[in-house]
Design a protein around this ligand. Structure first.
Ligand SMILES: C[S@@+](CC[C@H](N)C(=O)[O-])C[C@H]1O[C@@H](n2cnc3c(N)ncnc32)[C@H](O)[C@@H]1O
Length: 372
């Protein structure tokens, strides 16, 4: 079973070294509009503290060193048609992301959530790549930056569309499979192997009809069975099912899957009260922005994400002590959020200027928020 039976997880160390990518004119807008450039190389290529480990360089080269992620926060290339005549577009994005997504899938387990930040068209372009590598779409969250984001700067007669003040942050989970089968297919097939009528699953679970209508449904009504129900179903099948087919609901062919193992077939998720999929929150500005030193301090990274939104998604999908990946670090907002929440964070950044200021931010963070 992918990710559930420990021994069947492919070791990360076996992943091949990544060859340098041949230069191609990607359409990403990442790095455009840089406000400052440091000439000096960063003083270090690796920064570590008790919870955070960030590298200077291409994340493709570091995935193999990182612990398996409970959550990946992707905030990489955007294909934004920001204005008429803008040369950037989304067409190169599937190729840009493909090797990253492939490597995320190698490290993921059924308990891994992926948060994919992007423009709507960027996400649409990359969605097939995510599905191809085993990621199942859950929900699209809209970050609404509000009217202040355009502040009279847009000529709609010229751009001939509504001004864009949003980004998406899309939730994916890494789909659990047993012997290559989706859970819902495996559950029904195992039940059928017992030789018991399908309706008996209701008796097994002690429910009126939820087992047949939901837990064994093969369409959109299917949902993940609570652990207690799974345990009842498995116990009944192994007690009343045909002798010759036992054990039922087993991954290794020797013992049935336990409730604790079943619990690991899905991701963690907790939604704070009152939070919906529309996040009204202005873009990062003012004191929140990381700036260069001195009186005329300039914003270092134009794509710096709000710390509160990063905290929200990490807290919702992970528990304390779990590992978070931030492969496109920028100023490492995800790592900062993870650290404050007691999660362990791994990140990378290819740009020396951003890496330098990102590390400074992490060092200052550690002194202001020491671990208890
Ligand atoms: C949209 S920005 C991320 C901003 C970040 N979320 C923050 O709040 O500061 C994407 C960053 O990814 C970096 N990047 C692009 N490709 C990368 C790669 N293969 N490995 C590591 N960093 C990469 C870019 O230099 C850029 O700073």
């Amino acid at each position: 079973m992918r990710g559930v039976a420990e021994k069947e997880i492919e070791p990360l160390e076996e992943a091949p070294e990544v060859a340098p990518r041949k230069r191609r004119a990607f359409t990403s807008t990442v790095g455009r509009g840089k406000s400052i450039v440091r000439e000096e190389a960063p003083a270090t290529s690796l920064h570590k503290d008790e919870l955070v480990q960030v590298h200077y360089g291409d994340s493709l080269n570091f995935y193999k060193e990182w612990d398996r992620p409970a959550c990946i926060v992707s905030d990489g290339a955007y294909g934004v048609l920001g204005f008429e005549g803008d040369t950037s577009d989304h067409t190169g994005m599937p190729e840009w992301y493909d090797r990253h997504v492939e490597r995320w899938s190698k490290a993921a387990t059924p308990q891994t959530t992926l948060w994919f930040w992007n423009s709507e068209i960027g996400w649409a372009a990359v969605h097939p790549i995510l599905e191809k590598h085993g990621w199942r779409y859950v929900n699209a969250n809209i970050w609404d930056k509000g009217i202040g984001h355009i502040a009279g700067n847009v000529n709609t007669t010229k751009i001939r569309r509504f001004p864009v003040v949003s980004e998406v942050c899309v939730q994916y989970v890494f789909e659990a499979r047993v012997h290559g089968k989706l859970l819902k297919h495996w559950l029904l097939e195992e039940w059928k192997r017992t030789g018991l009528p399908v309706r008996t699953a209701n008796t097994a679970c002690g429910v009126a009809d939820a087992a047949v209508r939901k837990y064994l449904d093969q369409g959109h009504l299917w949902y993940w069975m609570p652990v207690a129900m799974f345990e009842k179903l498995v116990a009944y099948a192994n007690e009343h099912g045909k002798h010759e087919g036992r054990p039922y609901f087993s991954v290794d062919g020797r013992t049935p899957m336990s409730g604790a193992e079943w619990a690991k077939t899905r991701t963690n998720f907790n939604c704070p009260h009152g939070v919906t999929n529309v996040w009204q929150r202005n873009a990062v500005r003012g004191a929140e922005r990381i700036k260069t030193h001195g009186t005329s301090g300039k914003a270092v990274h134009l794509n710096q994400k709000p710390l509160d939104l990063m905290s929200r998604i990490i807290e919702a999908a992970t528990k304390e002590g779990e590992a978070i990946w931030e492969p496109f670090g920028g100023l490492f907002t995800g790592c900062v959020a993870a650290r404050r929440l007691g999660r362990r964070a791994f990140g990378a950044e290819t740009d020396g200027t951003y890496f330098h200021y990102g590390v400074e931010r992490l060092i200052s963070e550690a002194s202001q928020h020491p671990l208890l």
